[in-house]
Design a protein. Structure first.
Length: 175
């Protein structure tokens, strides 16, 4: 009964909190549900804290960070995979895919120097925005803005070829 009350009291509030980090309603709900599942699974070992609200918020915050970290890792590997592909399809398709790969590389090279550096550090090297900010001596908000600018510019520049990509590389449309 206590778990039900805890869930009903805090679920919506925690979802709103999570969405401030994730900007995705479904992902936010999933994160909060993971926290409550973990609580349910460990209910027999858990001691009821004095300030349950702060414990729940901290758990959701940590789960949001994990979700963002996993998402960044997936994006890094997808981009690395595509940039290093050795295409083994028909000769016509191979040439088409090489051309797309070349256009992506060129589009990245055409980004302004600082924007390109930050984009590569974030999306290809996998550094977090905070790590990049510390490394370059700039604010995290500047890093966030530069990555967003790079993504916007790449999306615009690569729009003519995005429909030619194999289904597995449509992630470029959602950079």
């Amino acid at each position: 009964m206590a778990f039900d009350q805890l869930f009903l009291t805090y679920y919506q509030e925690l979802c709103r909190f999570a969405i401030t980090f994730l900007n995705d309603t479904d992902e936010s709900q999933e994160v909060v549900q993971k926290v409550f599942i973990r609580i349910w699974e460990n209910r027999k070992k858990m001691v009821c804290p004095e300030n349950e609200k702060s414990v729940l918020y901290k758990a959701v915050y940590n789960e949001c960070l994990n979700s963002i970290r996993h998402k960044n890792t997936r994006e890094k590997y997808k981009l690395n995979y595509f940039l290093q592909l050795d295409f083994t399809e028909t000769e016509d398709r191979q040439e088409e895919l090489r051309e797309i790969q070349s256009r992506i590389s060129l589009a990245i090279e055409n980004l302004p120097a600082k924007c390109r550096q930050i984009f590569i550090l974030n999306k290809i090297e996998g550094l977090t925005q905070h790590e990049i900010a510390d490394f370059l001596g700039i604010s995290s908000k500047t890093v966030e803005n530069q990555v967003a600018n790079a993504v916007t510019k790449l999306r615009i520049e690569l729009k003519p070829v995005l429909h030619l990509l194999p289904a597995g590389f449509i992630f470029l449309q959602t950079f």
